[in-house]
Ligand binder design. Sequence first.
Ligand code: HEC
Length: 705
Amino acid sequence: MITKLRKTLCALSILSLITANPSLAVNEQDIINADKTPGVWLSHGRTYDEKRFSPLEQIHSDNVDDLGLTWQYATGNTRGMEATPIVADGVMYITTAWSRVAALDAKTGKSIWTFDPMVAGKKGRDACCDVVNRGLAIWGDTVFLGALDGRLIALNKHDGKVIWSQQTTDPKKPYTITGAPRVVKGKVIIGNGGAEFGVRGYFSAYHVLTGELAWRFYTVPTQLQEVNEGEHLSKARDSWSPQSLWNTGLGGTVWDSFAYDPSLNLLYVGVGNASQYNRKQRSPGGGDNLFVASILAVNPDTGKLVWHYQTTPAESWDYTATQHMILADINIMGQERKVLMQAPKNGFFYVIDRATGELISAKNYVPVNWASHIDVESGRPVETGIGDWSNTQRMISPAIIGGHNWHPMSYSDSTGLVYIPTIHTTYPYKPNSQYQYDPKGFNTGEDFAGLAASSPDIVPGFCSPTRLTAWDPVEQKQAWQVKFSRGVSAGILSTAGGLVFQGTTDGALHAYNDNDGDLLWSQNVNVGIMAPPISYAVDGEQYIAVLAGLGGSQGGHGDELENANSGHVFAFKLNGNLTPPNIASRDTLVKVQATALDEESYSRGRSLYAVHCLRCHGFAAKSSGLYPDLRHSEQGVHNIWKEIVIDGVFADKGMASFKDSLNSDDVNDIHGYVIQQAISSDALTHRLLKRVVSQVCIPAEWLAD
Ligand code: HEC
């Protein structure tokens, strides 16, 4: 069966390699028919069903040994790279950190044009998880970009000139766009993020040609009952208590995943976490809090809700359902089912009937302690009680980063397996009983200052192992697994050549056998990889390409970067023989001379640092190197500390002013704390980190196979 399928796909791929490229202007039909032209990559997940499976098989398990680097392109960024390239007519379109765009010759990597939307550096403060961007959409002669500051920009794909630009968010609010737009039924669909800061989630559809708003869908209600924003919200309001923290916006942002089924005419939408996290504070006595942490099926013509499935009712752990969704037709108990599959942060793998929203099955794919299982009858999780951190600190699995985050998974048409980048982790959720909405700060309801003070827990999730997990969605069980001792488990590509490709934090690209996970090939590129690889063909040759550059949600406090984080695109083909770039190691660390602080200023500085600075500059002032490690800043930086933190003189570089949240005494105490960490970094901090590791690791018995 598999061999037959491979042969058919092989015939198709040869046909498309010798026939000319499809029409120059990409349209929806081209995306729907993408399997007939496997040399292109026209949509974020390659096809509307987001399988990230390439039918190309020139590169296969028997010749992958000959795969080698053929071109590289330096992006000029040093922040996180998460994008999936689009490839059409021999041109590759990419986005890089700070929402910058480049069009490259897909055969040589030569730059054709670049575009910089010039996002203000201070906007970086509104990004929970780095100034990343996950890619573009293409339609007609246009590529569409969602910029960090909320603009949706249509660019001429031939020269990168702006055709139209729309502000899709209120620029006064901390909304950001990091996700890739999709084009469906002549409309560009775009969401946004910002729930950690307190915003109200929505996604919108804009006409491709004019940029005019077609419809907007809010995922959570407001207090104002008289405003009619759709029937779905009148229903949703009943699932919130009247005392809900309406001024936090309630969250439910749509910051990443969409999928589309043209035959059912349904657009699938992944909805994010609630703002703030702690449900007892957020909606005291409230219900499920619809539609946070839900999968929505929406009619793309009207923007009306058809069905919804909430993965985590009354979400309280940052358990977004924004993770990648895959549509496939699979045989379950003798029946061909049209399913939607998702491995959201909450740790369960869901198989859902995508016509009706009915749950077919669900099983945990990583260790989970907040719920024992999902009751298939009601479709609801059965909570254990261990996850209730509303009044007291609890160690809960999965952690805030989830069992699986934005890193895309892949479904292979050949093996019927889903390849998931998984994270096996636990985290101390600590409630802030004094929580009050802060329009300029983080609004998760966690007590960061308290966590920093109780030293054993200051490096939560520090030793979380990551894995590449091959999952059988019919049997709901693991088929095989590859274990990593550290780092991020990057996005995935599977191919008809029997291969699964994934990058590593150490800066290599790996190819595994799709049946058993055997490592068949690996090449070092010297830049850490988080982004998902893609495959395409030009002039009869198959390529594998991937963006490199660490960062994102684990960026500031992940494993320490050994080399400078030099953003690149790398492309490989059979017999490619280019040498990877020589990346400079990070600058040698500067030692600070200073005297010790008094205890009171130290603990004040530590609390303020934990609340305002930790999320970028790292736990205990120890950074991975993505953001400056403040313990090792040059003396010159210490001399202008207040100018940097209060006056915002480094705003252009992404270090916004904190004048709205901190006064001069606060900044002095933070400075003192950082210096103290610097003095003791070799002794105290490292000793502390070691101790912490042994205390917050996920228990070994949970990781047993
Ligand atoms: C949203 C992320 C973010 C947050 C939060 C943040 N910073 Fe920064 N910070 C940056 C970035 C980005 C840079 C500049 C990186 C570069 O030079 O390219 C920076 C640079 C700095 C520098 C200059 C360091 C050097 O060696 O050049 C100082 C000092 C600094 N930050 C202090 C702070 C303090 C104090 C806080 C908390 C009050 C804070 N930052 C919060 C992102 C952040």
